[in-house]
Design a protein around this ligand. Structure first.
Ligand code: 6PG
Length: 228
């Protein structure tokens, strides 16, 4: 099999408290009036809480999401609901909020969100990494992983929770000024290896970020970095 060429080598930042390090980046970007893309997942809540503490005024910033589960905005599975609870509700001044409307028909939500992100420069895209190596809702074997002309699409989940997704596509993610990943815990060590150290492969969708021009900073703890 021919190797997929790497354009950007990721920078690893192995730190004791990666959520705190990422919170500082988010707070600084919000203060600067940047455009931030938020993620869901299990690792980000503390980063959001600390970012709100560091920088309560996000009025100059704009926030988008990398992906959303197709549920209403108050559903406990909603990525918007997670960010609302841990970040937005704690701010003194809100940013411009551009959520993916998970309550709509997914194809319609994708078209609506594509219009919102089109022509927007994404300054900082925050992503998690699934234990299977997925990023946003780009799963191995899913049609959305192969989308190359649109910025947003919808498609099936590859992992829990098993609800349909709307997601930024790979071209949208790698067009960002900067990609930041927050990855914690030993359960992610193999995914980190497959996505960021092994040869690039669709089997670990996160590895495809390395095919694009955006700088990639991975903030991880020793366990996720594979320390024993
Ligand atoms: C989602 C997320 C997703 C997440 C990773 C990591 O909606 O599920 O946006 O891409 O960031 O799956 O999530 P965990 O930390 O829960 O494994």
């Amino acid at each position: 099999m021919t190797e997929i060429a790497e354009q950007t080598a990721p920078a690893f930042h192995v730190v004791d408290d990666p959520a705190a390090a990422v919170a500082e980046l988010l707070a600084a970007e919000a203060k600067r009036g940047g455009t931030l893309v938020l993620t869901g997942g299990s690792a980000v809540d503390r980063a959001y809480e600390l970012a709100a503490l560091h920088q309560p005024d996000w009025s100059q910033a704009a926030v988008f999401w990398g992906d959303e589960r197709c549920v209403p905005p108050d559903d406990e599975l909603s990525n918007y609901a997670l960010a609302r609870r841990t970040l937005l509700d704690r701010l003194a001044r809100l940013p411009d909020v551009h959520r993916i409307r998970g309550e709509l028909d997914p194809a319609e939500a994708a078209v609506e969100y594509e219009a919102a992100v089109k022509d927007v420069i994404l300054d900082l895209v925050l992503l998690g990494l699934g234990p299977d190596g997925h990023i946003a809702s780009l799963f191995h074997g899913s049609p959305q992983l192969h989308e190359r002309s649109r910025l947003v699409t919808d498609g099936p989940p590859g992992l829990e929770p098993f609800v349909h997704r709307v997601t930024l596509t790979l071209p949208a993610l790698v067009a960002a000024r900067r990609i930041v990943l927050l990855v914690t815990g030993q359960g992610k060590a193999e995914a980190v290896q497959r996505a960021f150290r092994d040869p690039i492969s669709e089997e670990a969708p996160g590895s495809l970020l390395r095919t694009g021009p955006a700088p990639i900073d991975i903030y991880l703890d020793a366990a996720a970095a594979g320390a024993r």
